[in-house]
Design a protein around this ligand. Structure first.
Ligand code: BG6
Length: 466
C-alpha cells in the first residue's frame, strides 16, 4: 500500500480501559495540533448512543488530562459509535457502511489479545481491511508459537508495512533520548562496552496493583506484560551497535542483531514474585501462580557486551512508581584513592519516568586534609514530563504510515525466544509484601554486583547521590 495518510480512525475496544486512559486524551491532543481531520469510529459492546460515547470521551479527558473546549468540540463532532459484538459479522457490515468513502482506514485493536485473530478475519471478509492499516496492542502473542500464528493471520489480510505493533514505551520522549544521548555524544563511544561498563540495571517499579485489570493481568503476568516488550526494547536501545544511518530500517536492523545476541534467560537467573493480596483482586484466579514481580539477569553474547550482566526488575506494589536505568562503570584500574567499593563507582543514570533525568555519578574530593571523596551527581538534562504523550506520537505516526517507532516482527520473535525458558511456572513463585522491593532473593541476586539501585533513593538531604 502507498504511504497514503489514513482517512478514518477506527478503534475497537472503545468502551474499554485503554481507550479511557490513553486513547481519548491522545485524540484530543492530536486534534489540538490539527492532525486528525477524519472520522473517528469507536466500536464497543455497550449499547450507547453517540452522545453517551462523547460523554465518556469527556470524562476520560477530564480524568487523564485537561479538556480543551475548542479541540474537544472538534473531536466530538467527528466521533461516531458502533455498538456491537466484535465477534459478530454484522458489526463489520455496519463498520463498512460507516466508513463510507474512506479509502485508507486505520484499525486500532485496543482489545484483549485473544480477540485479535477473530477481528482481523472479520475485517478481511467484510472488505474493511482493503488498503487499510492495523495497529495491534502488546503483548503480541503469548509465546513464540502464538506470535508466529498471529503474524500469519495478520499477513494474510494486511501487507507487512500496514501492520503496526505498538509498544508505547518506544513512543516516550525519554526512551528516544536514550538512543539520542548514546549516539550523539562522542565521549560515550569509547566507554560504552564491556571494557568499561560493569553492569546495567533497569527497574520499572509501580507502587499500585493491577487497578481493576485483574482478568487481563492474570492471563499475562509481569514477564509478558512488560519484560518481553517494554524492558527488552529499552535494553535494545541501550545496547545496540550504531545503526548504519538514521533510516528507520537501519535502526531496526541494528536492534535485531542485538535481540539475536540476547541469550535465552536461564531460570536460575530469575526471581518471580507475587504480592501478598493479589489472589483477592477481582478477576484473579484464587490459586493463580502469575507473577506480579520479576527480577532477572540477561546476558548478551556479542563483542560489545559479553560478560556484562543486564539486570531487569519490574513489579507491581513496589515502594515507588518510577522507571530508571543505571549504567554502572567499572572502578579505575589503578585506584589510588578510595574507589574500592561498587557504591563508589561512576555511573550514568537515566530516569525515564515520572520525571525525566540524565545524570552522571562522579567522585569529588571532600574538602579537608585527607584525600577522601564523596559521590556527586551531575545532572545533564532534566524535564518534568513528556510533552507529547506516547499514544499521541504513535497513533499520529501510524496515520502517516511511519513505522519507525513500532516494533518490527523479527525483533518481537527474538524477544519471545529470549523469555521462552522462563514463561509459565518453571521458576518457583515467591510471595512478597506490598510496598517492598519484592522477594528477598531478588535483592540477593545483585549482592555480588553492588546491589540494586532503588529509584527514589538517590537524592540525599544535601542533594548528593546516596
Ligand atoms: C502497560 C502495562 O503496557 O504499561 C501496564 O500493561 C503498565 O501493566 C504500563 O502499568 C506502564 O506504562 P507507563 O507508560 O504508565 O509507565
Amino acid at each position: 500500500m502507498p504511504e497514503a495518510k489514513s482517512d478514518a480512525f477506527v478503534f475497537f475496544g472503545a468502551t474499554g480501559d485503554l481507550a479511557y486512559k490513553q486513547i481519548f486524551p491522545a485524540l484530543q491532543a492530536m486534534m489540538r495540533r490539527g492532525h486528525l481531520d477524519m472520522p473517528l469510529i469507536g466500536i464497543g459492546r455497550s449499547a450507547w448512543t453517540v452522545d453517551q460515547f462523547i460523554a465518556r470521551a469527556r470524562d476520560s479527558i477530564e480524568k487523564h488530562g485537561v479538556v480543551d473546549e475548542d479541540a474537544f468540540q472538534k473531536l466530538a463532532s467527528r466521533l461516531q459509535y458502533i455498538s456491537g459484538d466484535i465477534a459478530d459479522a454484522d458489526t463489520y457490515r455496519q463498520l463498512r457502511s460507516t466508513l463510507g468513502k474512506a479509502q485508507h482506514p486505520l484499525h486500532y485493536l485496543a482489545i484483549p489479545p485473544d480477540m485479535f485473530e477473530a477481528v482481523v478475519g472479520h475485517l478481511s471478509t467484510s472488505g474493511c481491511a482493503e488498503n487499510a492499516r492495523v495497529i495491534i496492542e502488546k503483548p503480541f502473542g503469548r509465546d513464540l508459537a502464538s506470535a508466529q500464528a498471529l503474524n500469519r493471520v495478520l499477513e494474510q489480510s494486511f501487507p507487512a508495512n500496514a501492520i503496526f505493533r505498538i509498544d508505547h514505551y518506544l513512543g516516550k520522549e525519554a526512551i528516544q533520548n536514550l538512543l539520542y544521548f548514546r549516539f550523539a555524544n562522542a565521549f560515550l563511544t569509547p566507554i560504552w562496552n564491556r571494557d568499561h561498563i560493569a553492569n546495567i540495571q533497569i527497574t520499572m517499579a509501580e507502587s499500585f496493583g493491577v487497578q481493576g485489570r485483574g482478568s487481563f493481568y492474570d492471563d499475562v503476568g509481569a514477564i509478558r506484560d512488560v519484560v518481553q516488550n517494554h524492558m527488552l526494547q529499552v535494553v535494545s536501545l541501550l545496547a545496540t551497535d550504531p545503526p548504519l544511518d538514521k533510516h528507520p530500517d537501519a535502526m531496526r536492523d541494528a536492534k535485531l542483531q542485538l535481540f539475536d545476541a540476547m541469550q535465552p534467560i536461564a531460570p536460575d537467573d530469575v526471581v518471580r514474585g507475587q504480592f501478598d493480596g493479589y489472589l483477592r483482586e477481582p478477576g484473579v484466579a484464587p490459586n493463580s501462580s502469575i507473577e506480579t514481580f520479576v527480577a532477572l539477569r540477561l546476558r548478551i553474547e556479542n563483542a560489545r557486551w559479553a560478560g556484562v550482566p543486564f539486570y531487569i526488575r519490574a513489579g507491581k506494589q513496589l515502594p515507588v512508581t518510577a522507571t530508571e536505568v543505571m549504567v554502572k562503570l567499572k572502578s579505575p584500574v589503578n585506584a589510588i584513592f578510595d574507589n574500592a567499593t561498587s557504591a563508589q563507582e561512576n555511573y550514568f543514570r537515566f530516569q525515564l519516568s515520572p520525571d525525566v533525568l540524565i545524570s552522571l555519578g562522579a567522585r569529588c574530593k571532600t574538602p579537608g586534609e585527607e584525600m577522601a571523596g564523596e559521590m556527586v551527581e551531575l545532572v545533564a538534562h532534566r524535564h518534568s514530563a513528556d510533552e507529547m504523550m506516547p499514544y499521541e506520537r504513535l497513533l499520529g505516526d501510524a496515520i502517516l504510515g511511519d513505522a519507525a517507532l513500532f516494533a518490527r516482527y523479527d525483533s518481537i520473535e527474538a524477544a519471545w525466544r529470549t523469555v521462552t525458558p522462563i514463561l509459565g511456572n518453571t521458576v518457583p513463585l515467591q510471595t512478597y509484601d506490598p510496598q517492598s522491593w519484592g522477594p528477598n532473593a531478588a535483592t540477593q541476586m545483585l549482592a555480588a554486583d553492588g546491589g540494586w539501585h532503588d529509584p527514589g533513593a538517590m537524592e540525599s538531604e544535601d542533594g548528593h547521590a546516596g
